[in-house]
Design a protein around this ligand. Structure first.
Ligand code: ASP
Ligand code: MG
Length: 411
């Protein structure tokens, strides 16, 4: 017998009929002898509707009240799903975040979970009852309702799985698992059977939006095996877990990309202590997130400095840097907001040399110019002109043997 936490996203429970299907799945899991906790999102589109209502009501940011409002979406689905389970002869009880004392900090709209009271849930599970919990919501220490940020039901499920020491946390969604890359860009993308927490974090933070990033961090921290699978098709999905020592690692697990990048370069900055901080300081002070940073070796006491930001922040960063350039006596400010980042991700990189070179040679072969390069232990990223995104991803996908019909090219 296993203890399983399942999470169903908005598309999986978007209609009464779909909620019925989910109830069938949960009931089947119980019939197979498992104890089950289910965390659910709101019906698809509902959270957006609630946010729109708030915007219609008021131009002001009422963070506390917004959480009271948006948390109602999940209260609807826990009740409906529990009714459906009871109708199927499957004993069940629904709980809001407050009822299971999902205690968070008081950062409304992006609260972090501090602890969960497990007694109620455990008593229900011992009585062979399914526990249905509202995702996305908690309460702060003073009992105010909080929410965990968009997509936060994933984190609810993982946190409950960690607290109850569940055998597995299953995230049911509308895709059949995690893919080697976005199938809309490379139709030959393959579903992965397994990926490590670390790799998934890189894939997720680089724009593969299958799971809330915080949920993956949480799962990695507490070593909760996480499985992403489809509510609509049969299949094993993708298991996200620690590295499996017994299995030979693929060189590369996937190719992530990010279309929303922009690049800024300051040319001819005097190469002196403090320059990097003078350039980046005003940008971070304006709450603009900086991604890649490159400073060149200097020539004649001058250097070039390049970094990337989200495309939405490009104009603001550019305006800030104009002032910085004048202050520093830099020669020129250049920018480009039509760039993308493509990254190879894989723990196999740690033990294999030559992957970077294969990546660069593959891109060169397609005449794709690399604008920036950055590497970490399990990732190599390049920035290229946005017109090369599809070509770049596809050629790398093939070169590293990721195609569904593929094999490794001679590396
Ligand atoms: N309903 C919330 C949202 O739409 C939380 C979730 O779906 O995970 O973001
Ligand atoms: Mg979601």
């Amino acid at each position: 017998m296993s203890l399983i936490v399942q999470k169903y996203g908005g598309t999986s429970i978007g209609t009464i009929e779909k909620i019925g299907n989910v109830a069938d799945k949960v009931a089947a899991c119980v019939k197979n002898g498992n104890k089950v906790v289910v965390a659910v999102s709101a019906m698809s589109g509902e959270t957006n509707k609630l946010i729109a209502l708030a915007n219609e009501m008021s131009e002001n940011k009422h963070a506390r009240e917004l959480d009271v409002l948006v948390s109602t979406g999940e209260q609807v689905t826990i009740a409906l799903l529990t009714m459906a389970l009871l109708d199927r002869g499957c004993d069940a009880r629904s709980y809001t975040g407050a009822q299971i004392r999902m205690v968070t900090d008081d950062a409304h709209g992006k609260a972090r979970i501090k602890n969960i009271q497990c007694e109620n849930m455990k008593a229900d599970l011992d009585a062979n009852r399914v526990v249905v919990v509202a995702g996305f919501q908690g309460v702060d220490e003073n009992g105010n309702i909080t929410t965990l940020g968009r997509g936060g039901s994933d984190t609810t499920a993982v946190a409950i799985a960690a607290a109850l020491e569940a055998d597995e946390c299953q995230i049911y969604t509308d895709v059949s698992g995690v893919y080697t890359t976005d199938p809309r860009v490379e139709p030959k993308a393959r579903k992965l059977d397994r990926i490590t927490f670390e790799e998934m974090l890189e894939m997720a933070s680089l724009g593969s939006k299958v799971l809330q990033i915080r949920a993956v961090e949480f799962a990695g921290k507490y070593n909760v095996p996480l499985r992403v699978l489809s509510s609509f098709e049969e299949g094993e999905g993708t298991l996200i877990a620690l590295e499996d020592d017994g299995v030979e690692q693929a060189l590369i697990s996937g190719i992530a990309f990010n279309r929303d990048e922009a690049q800024l370069t300051i040319k001819g900055v005097p190469d002196q202590p403090g320059v990097a901080s003078k350039i980046l300081g005003p940008v971070t002070d304006a709450n603009i997130e900086i991604d890649m940073i490159v400073q060149n070796t200097s020539e004649d006491g001058f250097t070039d400095f390049t970094f990337t930001v989200h495309r939405n922040d490009y104009q603001a960063a550019h305006d800030l840097l104009k002032g910085v350039c004048a202050d520093l006596g830099a020669k020129k400010l250049k920018g480009d907001d039509a760039i993308v980042k493509i990254s190879l991700v894989g723990v196999g990189m740690r033990s294999h040399a030559g992957i970077a070179n294969t990546m660069f040679a593959t891109l060169a072969n397609e005449n794709i110019n690399i604008l920036m390069i950055s590497t970490s232990e399990i990732k190599i990223s390049v920035v290229v002109d946005e017109k090369y995104l599809e070509l770049g991803v596809r050629s790398l996908h093939e070169a590293f043997g990721l195609d569904s019909d593929g094999h490794l090219k001679n590396l």
